[in-house]
Ligand binder design. Structure first.
Ligand code: DC
Length: 206
């Protein structure tokens, strides 16, 4: 079965958690596409050319231990604004999306650019403050000094860059189901996502 779940939204909205949960539930493969841009950003921080880094991205680059930091997020957002970097990563993401057995991809442009034909599209968001609080709780485990205000500022700067860039900016696909996790718990959001997927699978069989 070819079945793609496209999950887009701003940083720390819960896309990854929802993506992993629905992938496990349906036995689909999951790709966190942010990790691709984080890996390119990390190579650039080590001195590589962004376009060469994207073209030469290898599986082991995604296993680096430093990709989850706030600095890696900013570096990712910067290289993600370069059209040739995005272009270099398109084929891998498209093939992953249409692989046999079903796939869940989360990112910024999955429902709009990478896989506009996705069977289910979700746009996951939450208020800036709620997202910053969640990300701060995660980052604090590795960096006890980090302040919530700094995380909020960092997240807003990244969202602005991701939304305002010319190449594949962050925006909801017209046919995306909106999941606002400001008030909705992540488990309730997962439940809504599961229902949307089950409904679509049911339509396919009808
Ligand atoms: O999802 P994330 O926070 O790990 O993503 C890091 C950065 O990568 C994000 O700020 C913008 C970029 N990105 C993108 O431009 N397109 C995607 N599909 C995924 C991430």
């Amino acid at each position: 079965m070819i079945f793609t779940v496209a999950i887009d939204g701003p940083a720390a909205a819960g896309k990854g958690t929802i993506g992993r949960a629905v992938a496990e539930r349906f036995g689909f493969a999951h790709l966190d596409t942010g990790l691709l841009y984080r890996a390119v950003g990390a190579k650039v921080a080590d001195g590589a050319d962004p376009v060469q880094a994207a073209r030469g991205l290898a599986p082991e680059d995604l296993g680096r231990g430093d990709l989850r930091s706030a600095a890696a997020g900013q570096a990712a957002s910067q290289v993600a604004a370069i059209p040739e970097v995005r272009q270099a990563l398109v084929t891998f993401q498209r093939e992953f999306a249409r692989r046999e057995g079903g796939a869940v991809l989360d990112g910024r442009d999955i429902g709009t650019v990478i896989c506009p034909e996705a069977e289910v599209k979700l746009y996951v968001t939450a208020s800036d403050e709620v997202r910053a609080h969640r990300r701060w709780l995660e980052l604090r485990e590795k960096d006890a000094e980090i302040s919530e205000a700094a995380v909020l500022e960092d997240l807003r700067a990244r969202d602005r860059r991701d939304s305002e860039r010319a190449a594949a900016p962050l925006r909801p696909a017209e046919d995306a189901l909106l999941l606002d996790t400001t008030e909705l718990s992540i488990s309730a959001a997962v439940q809504k996502a599961v229902e949307a997927i089950e409904e679509r699978i049911g339509q396919g069989r009808a």
